[in-house]
Design a protein around this ligand. Structure first.
Ligand code: PEP
Length: 255
């Protein structure tokens, strides 16, 4: 059975003290309340907090994510953070290819592919984000566009390596807007993406890859989204900043 995820992306929010309270609250609630053994809660917190927050984790149900990385292991890249550095402070997941990084920092599919390789080389898990703009959806090119993002950044991987990637489908028009893709729209795209993986790697491999939905996931819509057969959880922005709500999202999986 595929691992199910409630993955939080705090983005550039919370001071250290505020973050410490939020992180501890989520960790404690998840430890006490989350009973589904197949669900993993991941929190993507700002870089300066990673090392300290790693020590707050008191349950295997919770893991720490970085929100970005540089593909090189070390060197003259002022201001950047490498995967070996992240690993050395207890990070196990790295969010890459988020639409905000693609848009504001002009990150290309090829650059993101290099990040995938550097994360897997350190045996960490990439959370690879993809998703179309509203204009692309309205033009009817959304399936091809997102398939292309997968092909360009993931299809150089072996089947064994691909199985270690978590994919997050995040339609850009739904991120931070309060507009959620309907559960039918999410399921439709997730199925398209799983079929695309199957066309390259075979169905058995495709069936092992967790595909998360991101875009205004909230406690009141998570249950319906997570009930879809190809939706393996959520990458959650705004709603991950509230400990009660985020924990409730993690408790929204069927079974
Ligand atoms: C995100 O930033 O990955 C995201 C999905 O944000 P939100 O949940 O706020 O739409």
């Amino acid at each position: 059975m595929r691992t199910k995820y409630a993955a939080g992306n705090w983005k550039m929010n919370k001071t250290f003290e505020e973050g410490k309270i939020l992180f501890s609250e989520v960790t404690n609630m998840v430890k006490d309340e989350l009973v589904n053994p197949n669900v993993k809660v991941v929190m993507g917190v700002p870089f300066p907090y990673l090392s300290s927050f790693a020590n707050l984790i008191n349950t295997e149900k919770v893991a720490l994510a970085a929100q970005n990385c540089h593909p090189k292991a070390s060197g003259a890249y002022t201001g950047e953070t490498s995967v070996p550095m992240l690993k050395s402070v207890g990070v196990s997941y790295v969010i890459i290819g988020h639409s905000e990084r693609r848009e504001y920092f002009e990150e290309s599919d090829a650059f993101i592919a290099q990040k995938v390789d550097s994360i897997l080389a350190e045996e960490l898990t990439p959370i690879f984000c993809c998703g179309e703009t509203l204009a692309q959806r309205e033009d009817g090119v959304h399936f091809d566009f997102v398939r292309g993002q997968l092909s360009n950044s993931l299809f150089h991987l072996s089947a064994d390596a691909l199985k270690k990637v978590v994919i997050a489908y995040e339609p850009i028009w739904a991120i931070g807007t309060g507009v959620t893709a309907s559960s039918e729209q999410a399921q439709e795209m997730h199925k398209v993406l799983r079929d695309h993986l199957a066309s390259k790697y075979g169905q058995e491999v495709a069936d092992e890859v967790s595909i998360l939905y991101g875009g205004s996931v909230k406690p009141n819509n998570a249950e319906e989204l997570f009930a879809q057969p190809d939706v393996d959880g959520g990458l959650v922005g705004g709603a991950s900043l509230d400990s009660r709500g985020f924990t409730d999202i993690a408790k929204s999986f069927p079974g």
